[in-house]
Design a protein around this ligand. Structure first.
Ligand code: UDP
Ligand code: MG
Length: 139
């Protein structure tokens, strides 16, 4: 199986009507969409997904934000999927994200930065399983 990653459009992206814009960029790049759903984070899922950040000072604000509305979770497949999707997302901080990237073009906050993407294949496996059952993904 080709490499896969877990991406989600955060609540700000859903509220701002940027779901189609974001999905379209990955489609036009030639990546394959293999899973898609809208859901709302629970506190339990947020703590699991962001386990590396739970003890950091910004976590309470991040948790409040990700619980603030529905997200659109996706699994994408393709060569060099992690590096490619991270490049297309742009840097975490809105002020560092280059124009032409999703965050560079649309984000004006470090917390509300529109999109999540797994940062390694190991994390992608864990994160995909946090959001999708195997039967919910295309073969
Ligand atoms: N975040 C934040 N303040 C910070 C750093 C990160 O609110 O100082 C939020 C932001 O939404 C970010 C998420 O926490 O996307 C996860 O942080 P990470 O460093 O993993 O960035 P990412 O992998 O999303 O680029
Ligand atoms: Mg991260």
């Amino acid at each position: 199986m080709a490499d896969r990653t877990l991406l989600f459009v955060k609540p700000d992206g859903v509220k701002r009507g940027l779901v189609g814009e974001i999905i379209g960029r990955f489609e036009r790049k030639g990546l394959r969409l293999v899973g898609l759903k809208m859901l709302t984070f629970t506190q339990e899922l947020a703590r699991k997904h962001y386990e590396e950040h739970v003890s950091k000072p910004f976590y309470p604000g991040l948790e409040e934000f990700v619980l603030s509305g529905p997200i659109v979770a996706m699994v994408w497949e393709g060569d060099d999927i992690i590096e490619l999707t991270r490049t297309m997302m742009g840097k975490t901080k809105h002020t560092d994200a280059a124009p032409g990237t999703i965050r560079g073009d649309f984000a004006f906050s470090t917390t509300e930065n529109l999109i999540h993407g797994s940062d390694s294949l190991e994390r992608a496996k864990i994160e995909i399983a946090n959001f999708f059952k195997p039967g919910e993904l295309a073969a």
